[in-house]
Design a protein around this ligand. Structure first.
Ligand SMILES: CC(=O)SCCNC(=O)CCNC(=O)[C@H](O)C(C)(C)COP(=O)(O)OP(=O)(O)OC[C@H]1O[C@@H](n2cnc3c(N)ncnc32)[C@H](O)[C@@H]1OP(=O)(O)O
Ligand SMILES: O=CC(=O)O
Length: 655
């Protein structure tokens, strides 16, 4: 599936990207038409039998994964699950999706044709399934790519498979790796990279030179509206070409241009769980991360090659993986993209965020799968906390304390970071630290200094533990962070071959990695979670995915912590401290807290902004998610349907 989707996005095999690119250019030129029917002039490229086998294997895995998340549906056939029936969990029923249209008809199970495409009456099948999520008159003819606003009929998520691996499984994997001669060897070339700054808008790309790398985020810090995504792609294309400029009307027309020296650009595509509902490929919503990757790669690889030479970029950050098989799919995607573009194998480099609890048991395997494309691993600490709760959602003995107390000093977090460093250094790749979420406090010098001191302490811990680089949400933190890192590294580019690490990471056990965090649980914590969660969601629905709140940068990962922590406390009736009085977390308590916190937010942001923003809607969604009997896998999956443009007004046009 991944390959089929990639092919649909990349220029070569199935031939579509040029058209998508034309669309982007049109958008760049402010032609904001949302509907285009694009011709697909070339046939699918035939795959070798090995590729077909690999693709089928990965397709099954990807299907399994996406079906769990209610995102993708396949036609029936051998090796491919049957289409979901109306009434079955996960079926894109128009009424559930909030759309008008015909329900999907029952379709007989069929053998798949080559490339996993449904055989037999495939076109009719696709049309029927597509019409389940679109008004009938919008059904597209076969052999055309819809780059249009349309509804995907996404379902809320299911129980995930967040499962720490059993020790014997890991032993088995390690033995396999040893047999392949990969144990303790250098797998990967090293790149020099240092503090990351992370954000995504034209102006921010222009100001990225404070760190050595800068990350454009299509993931947690971006609300994936079609407009945001396309503008992001346009900005990236112009940034790579060196032509990007930005005139800030809010600042009297101040003009931003690229400096001569710029940071290395990394791009974080979406996680595998997120669809792209504005691009339909063969009747299916596209996989979001492949749209992000494909468009950026298509537009940038030549410029990277011209500017930096063979084997240097483009660079990616890969989020949210839970299993090394996801890394294998990425590796296949990279290899295919390099082949298609005719560039050297290993030109694309990627750092993987280890930010789920299952992934910490798979780090060697992830590095192995990415091999020539790997640039190392990164502690994605905020998502990791979120994943810890998600994984242990059913375990009352693993309740988190207040969010503010779950830092790197907690045993399970420290163990995770030490194990990541050891794993990377044994494989001769970089071990990147976590993201500092503080943002400068402009109107209070003392508070700002206290916040910077926290950042310095955190970064000193990272560099002492052996991290080779780290990142921050805001450029205002970079000088302090560089001082700490460069002071400690003393001119060395990294710590890969440093003498013994200060901690014996070899002794870290499974128990260390899952040890419950300690600290108090309070009603104030419940209030803060609610206030932050609602405000973040309101901003996200309004198109903003990176939000400064109470002097911290909030993105989807940090907002997720608020949501799942509330859910966990309510689910298990946690006892919370209310200023010396013990109270139980119940739906009634949450209802009261939501009401009071909404009033507080209203007072903080002002009645006018509150009325114009989507706060009331966000409050409802957040409350519903906190009391849901089953924990939604992702806040953003649930809310995605609300930012998809369902009804494009412009008629279909041929570019
Ligand atoms: C798990 C994870 O957490 S993934 C992390 C993903 N998070 C991100 O990518 C967040 C990135 N950060 C941001 O988006 C921003 O820093 C915010 C939204 C938090 C704050 O942005 P602002 O309100 O613009 O901050 P502020 O006004 O202090 O900015 C000061 C200057 O720095 C610039 N700036 C702020 N953040 C960045 C950034 N990340 N990269 C480049 N420049 C930046 C601003 O454009 C502004 O420039 P100007 O003075 O020339 O106009
Ligand atoms: O993605 C980064 C994180 O810390 O979460």
């Amino acid at each position: 599936m991944a390959y089929a989707m990639l092919d649909a996005v990349l220029a070569t095999s199935p031939r579509r990207v040029p058209h998508v690119c034309v669309y982007i250019c049109a958008l760049h030129g402010h032609q904001r038409t949302h509907t285009h029917t694009l011709p697909l002039p070339f046939p699918l490229r035939a795959q070798s039998s090995r590729e077909t086998k690999l693709a089928r294997h990965d397709a099954q895995y990807a299907h399994h994964w996406h079906r769990r998340h209610g995102v993708l549906r396949h036609a029936g056939g051998r090796g491919h699950p049957r289409p979901l029936r109306p009434g079955v969990r996960g079926h894109p029923h128009p009424r559930r999706a909030g759309l008008r249209g015909r329900p999907a008809a029952r379709v007989p199970r069929r053998r798949p044709a080559r490339h996993g495409a449904p055989a037999g009456d495939a076109a009719a099948l696709r049309r029927r399934r597509a019409s389940a999520v679109r008004p009938r008159h919008e059904v597209r003819p076969r052999g055309r790519l819809d780059v249009r606003a349309s509804a995907a009929g996404h379902r809320g998520p299911h129980r995930g498979d967040h499962r720490p691996r059993r020790p014997q499984e890991d032993g088995h994997k390690r033995a396999q790796l040893r047999r392949q001669g990969l144990h303790g060897k250098h797998l990967i070339r090293v790149r020099t990279c240092k503090p990351n700054v992370h954000a995504f808008e034209g102006k921010k790309i222009l100001k990225r030179d404070t760190g050595r790398t800068w990350q454009a985020d299509f993931e947690d810090a971006l609300a994936p509206t079609w407009e945001n995504l396309m503008r992001g792609q346009v900005n990236l294309r112009d940034a790579v070409a060196g032509t990007i400029t930005f005139r800030d009307a809010a600042r009297g027309g101040r003009l931003y241009k690229l400096d001569e020296r710029t940071a290395k650009l990394f791009v974080r595509p979406r996680g595998w769980h997120l669809p792209e509902a504005h691009v339909f490929i063969d009747g299916e919503p596209a996989i979001g991360c492949l749209v992000d990757f494909g468009l950026y790669f298509f537009h940038s690889h030549a410029a990277f090659r011209a500017g930096q030479g063979a084997g240097f970029g483009p660079f990616f950050y890969l989020p949210k993986m839970e299993h090394s098989r996801e890394a294998r799919i990425w590796n296949g995607v990279f290899e295919r993209a390099e082949r298609v573009a005719g560039i050297e194998r290993g030109s694309i480099r990627a750092t993987v965020l280890v930010e789920t609890l299952p992934a910490v048991f798979q780090m060697d395997e992830i590095l192995h799968e990415l091999r020539d494309h790997s640039a190392g691993l990164n502690c994605g600490r905020w998502d990791y906390i979120f994943s810890y709760v998600k994984t242990f959602r059913a375990h009352p003995d693993r309740l988190l304390p207040d969010r503010a107390l779950v830092g790197m000093a907690q045993h399970f977090m420290r163990s995770y970071s030490h194990l990541l460093i050891r794993t990377c250094h044994r494989r001769q790749v970089h071990a990147m630290g976590g993201m500092a979420a503080q943002i400068p406090i402009k109107d209070d010098a003392a508070a700002n200094e206290a916040a910077l001191e926290l950042v310095r302490g955190d970064k000193l811990r990272e560099v002492r533990a052996g991290h080779d680089g780290t990142w921050a949400a805001h450029p205002g933190l970079i000088p302090a962070i560089r001082e700490v890192f460069e002071g400690h590294l003393g001119g060395k580019p990294n710590q890969i071959n440093a003498a013994a690490p200060p901690v014996d990471a070899a002794a870290i056990t499974e128990e260390d990695l899952i040890q419950p965090p300690r600290g108090a649980r309070t009603v104030e914590g419940l209030r803060l979670n609610t206030r932050v969660g609602v405000q973040y969601l309101a901003a996200w629905l309004g198109g903003s995915g990176s939000v400064p709140l109470y002097n911290l940068m909030e993105d989807a990962a940090t907002a997720e912590i608020s949501r799942v922590q509330n859910w966990q406390w309510l689910r298990h009736g946690a006892t919370l401290d209310a200023g010396g009085v013990a109270v139980r977390a119940t739906p009634e308590l949450l209802a009261r807290v939501v009401e009071e916190e909404m009033a507080r937010v209203r007072a903080e942001v002002g009645a006018e902004r509150f009325r114009r923003g989507r706060y009331a809607e966000a409050g409802k969604i957040f409350s519903r998610q906190c009391v849901a009997p089953e924990l939604d896998d992702f806040l953003t999956l649930d809310a995605y349907g609300l930012i998809v443009v369902h009804h494009p007004r412009a008629p279909a046009s041929k570019l």
